[in-house]
Design a protein around this ligand. Structure first.
Ligand code: OFO
Length: 174
């Protein structure tokens, strides 16, 4: 059975994962409108993965005798200056998500809830991968600069990455 504190912390994380999914959906749609189909495929998949992160929490809360709260969502940002801006925003967002996850882990330790602590380790590992990938992509974009040929290849690489992982995004599934 979840304590009220843990239930609230996990529901807070449900809202964060849902907001992440919306944010990446807005980015995907922007990329699609720019003709960056590989980047769009990657971001659509990333948005799907965030929804899956949310669902995993919803199911865990309910299974452990709590009540998952499905949150209302704010409209995400839609004005992007360019593709580098997108990935910088994504990294910034993910570092904030990591802090939130660490906060939940901390609450688990304070509440001596080792089951939820164990469950949250999957999220801790996921964040390491997501932040590392975002940093790699930003490094590549910085190398490319304003080179249109380079951008074309970058977008094609993301398309390939998306196909290799069954439609985009990261390699791990829950
Ligand atoms: Fe990318 O954040 Fe979920 O966990």
């Amino acid at each position: 059975m979840l304590s009220k504190k843990i239930e609230a912390a996990l529901n807070g994380q449900v809202a964060i994962e849902a907001a992440s999914s919306q944010a990446y959906l807005a980015m995907a749609s922007w990329a699609e409108n720019q003709g960056l189909s590989g980047t769009a495929a990657f971001l659509y998949k990333h948005s799907d993965e965030e929804r899956m992160h949310m669902l995993k929490l919803v199911k865990f809360i309910n299974e452990r005798g709590g009540k998952a709260v499905i949150p209302a969502l704010k409209q995400p940002g839609t004005n992007f200056k360019g593709i580098t801006d997108i990935f910088q925003a994504l990294l910034f967002h993910e570092t904030k998500v990591t802090q939130e996850i660490n906060g939940v882990v901390d609450t688990c330790l304070k509440e001596k809830d080792y089951t939820t602590h164990n469950f949250m380790q999957w999220y801790v590992g996921e964040q390491i991968e997501e932040e590392a990938l975002a940093r790699t992509l930003i490094d590549k974009l910085n190398l490319i600069g304003n080179d249109k040929g380079g951008l074309y290849l970058f977008d094609r690489d993301l398309q390939g990455m998306s196909a290799a992982t069954g439609g985009g995004g990261y390699k791990k599934e829950a």
